[in-house]
Write a protein that binds this ligand. Structure first.
Ligand code: C2E
Ligand code: CA
Ligand code: CA
Ligand code: CA
Length: 280
């Protein structure tokens, strides 16, 4: 029995070792990717739920890995956050998203001009100079502040960092919209958000998923939608995969949403083709 315990311990140690090596490798590869610019953005339409027409696009980062091909953020965002590489990567994401939306806004008629919604890590918001970085990026791409939305996850915000809130308020004063991402996962109340510089609440996909099968999530989403709207917040529902989801959300008065029902994230050239397809 003693020998077995020892073996188990060794296996455990080997496992820890492998995991550490893997993380270190990932980190150094990511560092390289940041220096070489091995990233690309996909864009997922955010639509007016009743009309089915796009109002904006969420920029979602992808890593073009030399060996593994194009990989999604669930495989590297955590390491990017821990290592701080999310900061230079995020700077590139912001610039690239604005360059791209600037082009779409030039091509499309003004009434169809979309905004771009960019995910921003709390580490970026804490940076000195983040506000200037955003202001400069808007200026040299020629995108007006209303053409940009910044998303920050609810779980990051509940840590209640005053520096972050100050930066958010300044950005919002410029006319940029601020969205709380993954709302419902961080247990903050809408009442608490009321006194905060926020325009948009994005309801997390998990609530939308469960809405169809059980009564409680449906009541919860209905409650969030009506309370948010009474507080003057705009609501976007995430992860809409079926016509039933959409139908329920339209009926409860949820104005905007995104999900595979409308489109998965698209490459920049696919976006224009998709836009042509949905025009009446
Ligand atoms: P998120 O901001 O909640 O983004 C939504 C994720 O759900 C995206 O995954 C999207 O592809 C996926 N999705 C959209 N509609 C549906 C649907 O109907 N069904 C299902 N099953 N999934 C759907 P993705 O692109 O893998 O991004 C994952 C997360 O990575 C994002 O979650 C966001 O937190 C983070 N992320 C992505 N890009 C960036 C970035 O540029 N900067 C930072 N800091 N984080 C990013
Ligand atoms: Ca997001
Ligand atoms: Ca989200
Ligand atoms: Ca998420």
């Amino acid at each position: 029995a003693k020998g077995a315990g020892k073996n188990q311990w060794r296996r455990y140690q080997a496992h820890l070792h492998n995991e550490m090596v893997e993380r270190l490798e990932l980190r150094s590869a990511l560092d390289h990717a940041v220096n070489e610019g091995h990233f690309l953005l996909h864009y997922q339409p955010i639509v007016d739920l009743a009309a089915g027409t796009p109002v904006g696009f969420e920029a979602l980062v992808r890593w073009h890995h030399p060996k593994r091909g194009v990989i999604t953020p669930d495989q590297f965002i955590e390491v990017a956050e821990e290592s701080g590489l999310i900061v230079p990567m995020g700077r590139w994401v912001l610039e690239e998203a604005l360059r791209t939306v600037a082009e779409w806004r030039r091509i499309l008629p003004p009434e169809l001009a979309p905004y771009v919604s960019v995910n921003v890590s709390v580490r970026q918001f804490r940076e000195n100079g983040f506000v200037d970085q955003v202001r400069n990026a808007l200026q040299h791409t020629g995108v007006p502040p209303q053409g940009l939305m910044l998303e920050i996850t609810e779980t990051m915000l509940v840590k209640d960092d005053e520096q972050v809130w100050t930066n958010l308020a300044t950005l919002r004063d410029l006319g940029i919209r601020i969205a709380i991402d993954d709302f419902g996962t961080g247990y903050s109340s809408l009442g608490y958000l009321r006194q905060r510089p926020i325009d948009v609440v994005k309801i997390d996909k998990t609530f939308i998923d469960d809405m169809i099968t059980s009564h409680q999530p449906l009541a919860l989403v209905t409650g969030i939608v009506s309370l948010a709207q009474s507080l003057g917040l705009i609501v976007v529902a995430e992860g809409i995969e079926s016509p039933t989801h959409r139908e329920l959300l339209v009926r409860m008065g949820c104005p905007f949403g995104q999900g595979y029902l409308f489109s998965s994230p698209l490459g920049p050239t696919e976006v224009l083709a998709w836009m042509r397809g949905v025009q009446p």
